[in-house]
Structures are given as C-alpha cells and as structure tokens.
Design a protein around this ligand. Sequence first.
Ligand SMILES: *Cc1c(COP(=O)(O)O)cnc(C)c1O
Length: 824
Amino acid sequence: MTSAIKSKAKVVAPMPLDVTPRELADEILKDLRYRVGKDASVATSYDWLAASIKAVRDRIVDRWINSTKQAYEAQAKRVYYLSLEFLIGRLMRDAFSNLGMMETIREALELLDVDLDVIAQLEPDAALGNGGLGRLAACFMESMATVGVPSHGYGIRYVNGMFRQEISDGQQVELPETWLDHGNPWEFERRERSFEIGFGGSVEAAEVQDGLVERHVWKPSEHVLAVAYDTPVVGWRGNRVNTLRLWSSMPVDPILLDKFNAGDHVGALEESNKADALSRVLYPADSHKAGQELRLRQEYFFSSASLQDILQRHLSQYGELRSLPDKAAIHLNDTHPAVSVVELMRLLIDVHGIEFDEAWDMTKRTFAYTNHTLLPEALESWPVPLFERLLPRHMQLVYEINAQILLEARATGNFDDGQISRISLIQEDGERRVRMGNLAFVGSHSINGVSALHTDLMKETVFADLHKLYPDRINNKTNGITPRRWLFQCNEGLTGLVREAIGARFLDDFEALAELDKFASDKAFVEKFAAAKRVNKQRLAQVAAERLGVKVDPSALFDIQIKRIHEYKRQLLNIIEAVALYDQIRSHPERDWVPRVKFFGGKAAPSYYNAKLIIRLINDVAKVVNRDPSVRGLLKIAFMPNYNVSLAEIMMPAADLSEQISTAGMEASGTGNMKFALNGALTIGTLDGANVEMQEHVGEDNILIFGLTAQEVAERRANGYKPRDVIESSPELSQALSAISSGVFSPHEPGRYRELIDGIYNSDWFMVAADFDSYAATQRKADVWWTDSPLWYTKAIHNVARMAWFSSDRTIREYAREIWNVRV
Ligand SMILES: *Cc1c(COP(=O)(O)O)cnc(C)c1O
C-alpha cells in the first residue's frame, strides 16, 4: 500500500452513490453470483445479506483508499484510539445510511423480491465490548470519520465477544455469542500486517559503541503473532472512511513446527491453544475486576501490536521517529492499554536507540488518557511478581520512570510521605502492585474525565496527589453519542418529523436541531410527535410479546431502565419502588393510577452474585405482578433478555421515561441517558455523571431530578449513615422490603432475597434507602406530568431539541482541538 502511494498511483474515481435501484439490483445479482457463488433461485437470506453488503462495500473501499491517500499526502496528524472494547452493533444500516443509500438499496432488493428488514435482522450484532466504555469507542470512531479526523481504532478481534444472555427460570444464563459463524463481510484480513509479540524470558544488558551506551535486550521465552483485520468506518455522507484495526492472535509457526517435528505434539498443541486463547474471549466484567493473567496478556498483546504498527507506519512515511509526537496522537481508552506507555519507551530505547530522557519526553507528548471510573474495584493494578514474570523489561522501565517521578515530586517540597506513596506507580502496602492508572497519568500530557462532575471528583479523589504535581493535565470532555445511529437510523419516524419541521440542515449540522424548540408547543407538531412515539412503542410491544409472551398496552407510560446490571446503577431501587407501587395500587384501587410498563434489560458479569440476584428478583416480581388480576394491567414488568446495541435501537425510541438513577458520584457519565433524551424520553435521575449537564441543557422543568447529591452521599457515609432508621421511618419502603425479604415473590424459596435485603438494612453502600422516598415521590410527579399529555410531549420535544450538544461530533471536536492538536 505504502509503495503504491509513493509512486503516486492514479486516484481512482469512487463508484457513484447516486446509482438507480435497477443498477444496484444488477450489481447485487452479480455479487451474489461471482462473490457469494450462488444463483438467485437457491440463495438463502444470508446469501442476499452478503451480496447486498458487498455491493455497497465496494463504494466504501474506494472512499477508504482515497481517505488514506489524502491523509498521507497532507502529512496529516493521525489519531490512534486504543481500546480493549468496541461495542459496534450491526454495521449494515450504519453504512447504507451514512452513504445515503438506504432507500436505493431497499428498492433494489424489492426488485429482487428480498425484504431489507428481514436480511438486516440476520446481520450479527458485533458485541466486542461490555457497555458504555465500548459503545463510546464505537460512537467516537463514527464521529472521527464524520468530522474528518484521520484515525485508526485499535483493539482485539475477539472470536467470542460479549456473551448472549438468556433468562431461564428467571435467572441469567450465559451462552457464547458466535458472531463470526457466517463470516464477516466487513473485515479485511491483512496477513502481511502481522507482528510478533513476546512474553516472559529475561533481559540482558549489552554494551554497544565503545562500552559507552548500555542497551537492554529483552529475550522473551514465548512469542505469538498478531494479525490485523481491518474494518472500514464510514463517516456521515461517506466523506471520510477510517480504519478499525483489530488484532487476532496466532501461533508463530516456526517454533510450533520445531516442536511438532521433534515429536512434541502435545507441546505444539499447547502453544497453539495458548496463542489462540489471547483473542478468544472478551472479559465480561464491566466496572469490575478482571484480574487474571490472560487479561494482562491481552492488554499487552494489543498494545504492542498497535505500537509496532504505528511506529512502522511513521517510519515508512517520515524515515525517523523524533517527529512522532507531531504526527501521532495515541489515545488510551481507560487503563486497559496503559502498558502502551512502557511499550513505547521500550521500542524507542531498546529497538530504536533513543535515550531515556528524550524517549520519555516523546512518550508524554504522544499519549493522552481517558479515565472512566472512580470505583475502587475497577481501578486496574497488577501484582508486581506477575508483571515482572510476563514483562521483565517493562518492569524495569516502570521502576526507572517511577524513580524519576518520585524524585520530581520530592524536589518540589510539597508532598508528605503519604502523598508520595499515592503518587508512586507501585502500591507498597500489602501485596506490591503496579498501578495502571498512575502509569497512564504520568505517561500522558492529558488526562480527561467524561463529565464535568466526574472530572471534578477525579481531581479530589483518585488523582488528587498527581493532580497537585501536574495541575495542567486533568481536563473534562463530556461524552456524546452519534446522532446517526441514535436518531437517524433508530428513529426514522422522529427524524422525518424533525426534517419536516425545521428542514434538513440538522442532518449535517446537528446544532441546528435546536430550532425544533419552537415547535414544542405547536399543537399540530405535538400530535405528530406523539403519534411517532406511539409507533415506536407498538414496535417494542410487539417485540416484548414475541420474546417474553408479555402483553403490554402501548398507551401506557413506558418506563425503561436498560444498562449493565450493577449495584451502583440501582436497578434494585427501581424494582423496590415497583413493589411499593404494586402494594399501593392494590391498597387504593379507587385512585386514578397511571398505567405503566416498567422495562428492564442488561447483563450481569457472570461472577457478580448480587447483580445476578437482582435480575432474578426483577423476574420474580414480574411473574407475580403481571399475573395479579387486582392490578388490572395498571402495572406490568418486563425484563428484556440479551440487552445489546440492536435491542437498544428498538427500546430507546420507545421510551417515555428514562431511568438514570445511579448513586450520585458513581456513574462517570452515562451515555444511555443521552440516547433516551434525544429520542424524546424524559429523564428521572440523580445529579450524577452527565445528568447534571443534561439538566443544564434541557432545563429544570423538563427533567425529574431526585435524591442525594454526590457531596451529600459522601457526607452521609462519613457521618455514620444508619439505613435502618431511614427504613423504619418510611412505611412504604419497610413494607416493600419486608415483602421481598419474606418471600412474597419467591414462595418456593422464601429466603432467596433475605441477604440482599439485609444488606440494605445493615450497610446500604449504594444509598437505596436514603433515596427511596425522594425517588417514589418523583415517580408520582412523573404520573402527574404524564396525565397532562400535551404538556408531557412539550417537555419531551424540548428534550430532543436541546440534546444537540451531546452529539459525539462535539465531543470529538473538543478532543481534536484541546488534546490531540488536530485541526477540524
Ligand atoms: C449506550 C449503551 C450502554 C451504556 O449505557 P449506560 O446507561 O450509559 O450505562 C450500554 N450498552 C449498550 C448496548 C448501549 O447501547
């Protein structure tokens, strides 16, 4: 590729996008025949899917090659986004829609008697991530292509991504998701782009040049091969196409053959399995520890492959490395790729002969790091003995960097011993561990949080001491979502209405969405808006009927909480309130209750006992409530299995009420909150993460805020919070808790939830009891708002109009200007 560029190969004019349906139908037939190898008369739906993707893919490839060439010739600075997770979802609709070919392809397939919606359902949902962090990476990739940042995403091509969740007997069952079973028409294998990755072994010191410079040579005892698989990422209107490069692990052949030939068949197989294992599975823990050796191996594997690739690309274009910080911005999505900091140091010093001080300066100018969580259980650290055994040279470099940092800190005279020990890259109390957050911090020129509140808390908590040492590094970049997937594609009805009302400009300039605000009280528009919402709710009602056999009324208030199941996200608060409401409806049948459907969805980490128990509780409560005739259908509860991007695309547009109820101070940002509001749901939420900024944008009258603030949570905890007292003073809460605890919802195993509920009585770390009354009262306020239907939709329209700022295009422009120093 590089040599073709150097010889200034003729730029190929890209295939036209303004093709007619008939022409495209002919292309699809041709692709079906010659690239899938089938005739229309025997083609399966999967074959049609493959042929349709290939017909459009050719157009993407043209643009991809042109984008790459353009960036090369302009000597543009490139952004490398390193992330262990990319929660992509389906790509077909994204690509067709961004190329403006949605209608053409639909009509072309109609001519062939194929239904686009049917084949679209067959495309696997690429779930190479757990939740928000991975989805953010996917939104960022799309926005970088849209706003014109030349970039590469780097990650792992997991054979098994996120597990598929089934609910059996009310409980989560984890099944492998084999998303590559039917092949992946979007990826291009690049066998020639492969790198050796070492593990273990020893470090030898060698003298070079007259005994003056000491060079270290790492002799790994194991090697695996990282092979690149590239997926094009199409920006809006197809103007730019970037690359998502995912690494797959393979055994390094010669070693294996030696062993095999020497008769060590078992050894050869072991080696081969070990190499395969690296890119086999995604760790399914979200905001939770995944502390196994294989995880560290995965982190180093993809970091090393990506850095070798980046250096090779830079060298082949510029012939030297000192300009790297001017031409490459490497971004660390959380600490998962933090070992990259020492890997770059190793490559610069040991392989390319640059001295330590200069290498360290280059490293800091090249890297930037995003912190995603303050939860102590999610802050990565590795035992020193493990780190040293797998990466002996990196361990030396960590010590060397640490010595410098601590010297620097001491020299200021501003730090006492306690502070120095918190700045250290090595945790010394208890088991000695390498702190990956500190490593990422000291190796980066920019450290950002993902909402204003989270960034403030970061300065006061985890990084307080490092912030004092380097006060210019921490900055905020509030998360965003791509409006292409999260409005244009998932909600065609609303998108069409907005376009009718304010014209098409918002499609290209999303800030123009603000013009919708003046239609919020326009009676005709309000009615059309309500009708569009109704259609989306009917669609969800149908999915719920198909998947759960639960019948729900689309005119009821759809109240939705979908996200990973975690105690801090407080699905428990929601279901306890549902139990209290159930009790109220039965005790006061004379009152005018607002019919409500409470939807839940989300996966629990397989090893997270309480999270799985909460799923079971939701299903147990649903079983009782949904069957109870005395509720008269006024309350229904539905747990939708296997929450993923594709399900989110159905549920977000169908929501009236969005549950964003985390314990204040614990949700870094949230992006689900943004998707809901953009699709016209009102938020019931705490002042946590980006909810705070959402309130500032949509206005206090258009959002339902309740509960303790982050500061109040900290104070309550510090001042000896007594949940039992709180519970005893709230009859509704006491009643609901004792019903759950005594087995009303688990009659065959009355003690099933006793410990879970005892946890609230005894410690209640997540402040469920403290926030309950405020939450329940705010739910009743939501009922009152809902009862005045036009007013509700007016508020909902204000939400849509005022969410423009939460586009990930805005976020990416901020990263480009303020962190990466890239012009956009
Ligand atoms: C947006 C999204 C998330 C993140 O949701 P939060 O409510 O911010 O935790 C997780 N999973 C999927 C599939 C998503 O689309």
